[in-house]
Design a protein around this ligand. Structure first.
Ligand SMILES: [Zn+2]
Length: 292
């Protein structure tokens, strides 16, 4: 690893070697440092005036204890890889890409390394589904629980009187994401329809998060899998749209109308997919289970 002679970056507190600072990685040593603000250049004491030849001068307050000695060995190991070059101006660089330039891809991989995909188990369900971006983003927000429920809306739209924290569809439950998308009878009816058409059975889900995680794990034939997953996400989107129409436009659709429009949108998203080559519009509108 070749690093510029770093004039202003702080040895302990800036992440100049890797994505974390030495203060984070070696807290014991950091707490012993006499000068926690020291720059990299200050800690690297150069031998014989040559910019190339340096040794590290840490200036600890006291001798190292046992655990600190272990940290010190690890730090020394990290620094073996470092060679400082001629003085240059400090530059900001993006640490997750060798080119030092920001890219969404490197950011994504960096986040994956830090958090691991285990913390986002519905990754495949959402981001590998064949649906429009707005549907995927909405499903992602729903899984995170970041959908504007009545409570949030009421605060934003004080001039409209919404029954506080009541569901705007049935007026008899607290409005929660789980109620709206899963347990409200209207929503249940639509889930039954999806189950029938893709030929997959499941127990009535109660919680959106667990339902989406379960759904991620369901795998069946390619066609049915694509229809099921696109259908699931598109249905979430459609239910949210229906809720908003009822509140803001006072238009009620029947569950049949919602199901038809969901199928239409799934058809629009999937019709170019190689699994569905030759599907006619009648097939998209018909009972899917007849064709898979
Ligand atoms: Zn309700």
């Amino acid at each position: 690893m070749n690093q510029s002679y770093v004039v202003k970056l702080r040895f302990w507190q800036d992440a100049w070697n890797g994505t974390r600072s030495f203060a984070e990685d070696f807290p014991g040593l950091f707490s012993l440092s006499r000068n926690p603000e020291a720059s990299v250049a200050e800690v690297a004491s150069f031998v014989g005036g040559s910019e190339w030849d340096h040794s590290w001068h840490y200036d600890f307050r006291r001798r190292l204890g046992e655990t600190e000695a272990i940290e010190f060995a690890a730090l020394t190991h990290r620094l073996q890889e470092v060679s400082l070059t001629l003085p240059t101006e400090d530059k900001r660089g993006w640490g997750w890409d060798p080119s030092q330039l920001f890219s969404v891809k490197s950011f994504f991989y960096g986040l994956c390394l830090e958090n691991s995909l285990a913390s986002f188990p519905v990754y495949n369900l959402i981001w590998k589904s064949v649906t429009s971006m707005k549907v995927r983003v909405f499903a992602w927000m729903a899984w995170l629980g970041k959908i504007n429920t009545t409570y949030v809306l009421q605060r934003r739209l004080p001039h409209i009187t919404l029954l506080p924290s009541r569901c705007c569809l049935c007026f008899s439950h607290m409005e929660s994401i789980d109620h709206l998308f899963l347990t409200y009878s209207f929503s249940c009816r639509l889930w039954e329809e999806l189950s029938r058409e893709v030929g997959i059975e499941w127990q009535n889900p109660q919680f959106l998060r667990t339902w989406m995680e379960q759904a991620t794990a369901i795998s069946c034939g390619n066609k049915r899998n694509l229809l099921f997953k696109a259908g699931l996400l598109t249905l979430l989107w459609a239910l949210w749209g229906e809720r908003n129409q009822r509140i803001f436009k006072e238009i009620d659709n029947t569950w049949q109308e919602i199901w038809e429009s969901t199928k239409r949108n799934v058809g629009l998203a999937l019709h170019g997919h190689k699994e569905f080559v030759g599907w006619s519009w009648q097939q998209w509108q018909g009972n899917w289970s007849d064709f898979c």
